[in-house]
Ligand binder design. Sequence first.
Ligand code: PAF
Length: 283
Amino acid sequence: HDRNVMRELILSSRTMGRRIGFIPTMGSLHAGHTSLVDQAVAECNDVVTSIFVNPSQFGPQEDFEQYPRDFDADFNLLARHDVRWIFAPDVHEMYPPGDSTRIEIDGPAEPYEGTLRPGHFSGVATIVFRLLQAAPSHAVYFGAKDWQQVLVVRKMVHDLKLDVEVMTCPTVRDTDGLALSSRNTYLSESERNRAQTIYAALEQAAQNWCRGLAIDTIEQKVRDMLSAKEIQIDYADIVHTESLKKISEVSQNTPAIFLIACRVGSTRLIDNILLPSQALSSC
Ligand code: PAF
């Protein structure tokens, strides 16, 4: 629970030449998280996972209070995946009373989630920075589902010259395609059924991209599929994978990703699919 104790343990392991992998989480762990853990275990000597529901990344109307918390279940799951340390600080450990320092990032933190959730990425960047101070690791692992979050963390690591490698791991999906997320537990059975349309729409978009359909048409077909299931769309856009700028023409060489944020009932979900280069056989 203690930042200084955590740091000392990791530093002493580092002096023995051990490679440390770190997975920051907000708990309520699922197979998406354990896939990050497993990759870190495969690539590092010691793996540390943090469990901390970070208040500074939730807006005032968001689900901080409701966010699912089950420390014992998380602990048991991580113990079965060869995690060496679990860092589970309380709020005052990470934000001492009177604390008012935040990291602000422009560029990748501005569009999409940055606009719709003001302050969200400042909260993410601030906590990831502080967690990395407590757990000074060689590599930190994130899931590709939160694509924009990965870009924001990479930008912070680059700009502040943090000595850590940012690793991105593939999204883990349920058998019907729905991306695993701790927020899926909010869905009723009928919402859960409707939510599988999100990935079906993304897959259809990737096929239409390969067929060379116009960008507007591909996006509209996705919107139509989601709307038919009464899914409210925050955005459904084809953008450049790094700049997050809208792409206007299908082009062989532009690295592109389809980003979706939507609401199924009152649950907000995000997902994405990388659009293959049309020169590749995957297209
Ligand atoms: O992706 C998450 O679960 C959170 O944003 C993170 C990276 C653990 C920071 O609180």
